[in-house]
Design a protein around this ligand. Structure first.
Ligand code: ADP
Length: 473
């Protein structure tokens, strides 16, 4: 089958979170299974662009409302990523360093989608499926069905995967002219709550909708930033498929970002060596349990709880614990986390920013990974942690609930708690610290057990392929 993945992110080209990881891995594994999967994404000005060789595949001209623009589709020459990668360049809109965060993000992503359908309209053949990821490409299923210039493509099956339903790409009706001439009787298929809602539109128009865990799919029906009724109504076409992890990138035995590689046999020694490097860099004591947090410092991840929870845990555990945080996000949370370095030097540190290499060393060197998330569609961090023998401490929500069991259960390996609250985080910290000091044998067993859990893509890839197959016309 020929599958086209459309996304705003794809690791290692451009990544802001889990979406990038998934789009960078899923097509590779689909190709390994004998299919022809490719990725089409915007051409940002990231390092990857300058470090690789490209061929021009197509040049076109189209319009966003009354602004006419030229676009170029380029293709990476050497199949470096294990799939064909196409970037669409639109000067003036996409030629920026960052993926998101610009005032004209709506125009940027709508123009990208228009350029894509325009290019596809020139193809001699049709692909078997268009697989759209999140709202940035959520208007495509509508465009190919109801925009007059593109409805030659209307019979191409479309799949939407929701990685995060909090962001929906809302546009006022005053921006409806950005969408190429469309059948105005079909306005209801763009709309939710009196605005154009690209995510809702994708849910309505895609042939099939997937979310990245079963529990998240359930939760969307009562907590999805306004779309609850829509998910209830469309539940018949929605399926949960857990993300996998890319073991070419996330494997402590081969990880190029860490000096001391290890595997299940020497996990305790391997982790201790990495911990010493990490602790030296951040002025922490490698003999104490190390709890890390990695992620966006936003409300969804309950990052706002971290400063007070760390203070409270530090006093409760009388300093017998270390915390290290890596992330960026809301400025007041960043500020509070930075201030704490003065309160607990030697026990706590933080790195504000995005640092892929450091994240690998942290998964390898830490004992525990804390994820108190309020919302977690799938969560990759806990799966990476498990792969590296790091015990996840997670709130029981979304994908965290589907991938982590509590150490109190038969053969359980994690620490689960129910509320995104300081009390629950401190209690979980107490359990972690107790395990570390009082029961190192169980800790080793848990590490070994987690590292052998198969969270690879193979299983999930097959589920996606089954869905595509069921849509074949
Ligand atoms: P989300 O996509 O909601 O941010 P996920 O758990 O699905 O959360 O994916 C997060 C991914 O981003 C993981 O690969 C994690 O290691 C990475 N990540 C998040 N923040 C940072 C950071 N500051 N530095 C390095 N990697 C980060």
């Amino acid at each position: 089958m020929e599958i086209i993945h459309l996304s705003a992110e794809c690791y290692p080209v451009a990544k802001a979170g889990g979406l990038g990881d998934v789009v960078g891995a899923l097509p590779k594994y689909q190709n390994k299974m004998g299919h022809y999967a490719k990725v089409v994404m915007p051409m940002y000005r990231t390092k990857f662009l300058y470090q690789h060789e490209w061929d021009v595949d197509f040049k076109g001209r189209t319009n966003l409302a009354d602004w006419w623009f030229d676009f170029t589709v380029i293709k990476e020459r050497n199949n470096t990523l294990g799939f064909d990668l196409f970037l669409i360049d639109i000067n003036g809109l996409l030629d920026r360093e960052n993926i998101y965060g610009y005032a004209d993000d709506t125009q940027r992503f709508v123009a990208f989608q228009i350029a894509f359908v325009n290019w596809l309209n020139h193809w001699q053949h049709k692909p078997d499926v268009l697989h759209c990821h999140d709202y940035h490409v959520g208007l495509i299923p509508f465009m190919i069905r109801y925009c007059y210039d593109y409805n030659r493509l209307a019979d191409i099956p479309t799949v939407l995967t929701i990685h995060n339903a909090q962001y929906q790409g809302w546009m006022g009706w005053d921006q409806s002219n950005l969408i190429p001439r469309w059948d105005t009787w079909k306005g209801g298929l763009l709309e939710w709550n009196k605005t154009i809602n690209p995510l809702a539109s994708a849910v309505k128009n895609a042939w099939k909708v997937t979310t990245v865990s079963w529990s998240y799919l359930e939760e969307l029906r009562y907590n999805s930033n306004g779309l609850e009724a829509l998910f209830e109504y469309e539940r018949g076409k929605c399926v949960g498929i857990l993300n996998g992890i890319d073991s070419d990138v996330w494997n402590p035995a081969t990880d190029k970002f860490i000096q001391d590689n290890y595997d299940v046999e020497n996990v305790d020694e391997g982790k201790q060596m990495n911990k010493e490097i990490l602790c030296k860099e951040f002025n922490l004591n490698p003999q104490k349990p190390l709890i890390i947090f990695i992620g966006r410092l936003v409300g969804e991840k309950a990052a706002d709880l971290l400063p007070d929870a760390i203070v409270s845990a530090m006093y409760t555990m009388q300093g017998n614990v270390n915390f290290l945080v890596l992330g960026s996000g809301e400025p007041h949370v960043e500020w509070q986390l930075q201030q704490l370095t003065h309160t607990f030097p030697g026990n706590y540190n933080v790195m504000i920013g995005y640092n892929e290499a450091l994240s690998h060393l942290m998964y390898a060197g830490a004992d525990f990974l804390l994820m108190p998330s309020r919302v977690e569609p799938c969560g990759l961090n806990q799966m990476y942690a498990m792969q590296y023998g790091t015990v996840p401490m997670v709130r029981s929500t979304g994908g965290l609930k589907d991938t982590v069991t509590d150490m109190g259960e038969w053969q359980g390996w994690g620490i689960r708690f129910n509320h995104a609250s300081i009390g629950d985080v401190v209690h979980a910290t107490g359990r972690a610290v107790g395990l570390f000091y009082n029961d190192p044998e169980s800790l080793t067993k848990m590490r070994r057990h987690m590292m052998q859990i198969d969270n690879s893509w193979e299983n999930s890839v097959q589920q996606y392929l089954n869905i595509y197959q069921s849509l074949k016309i």
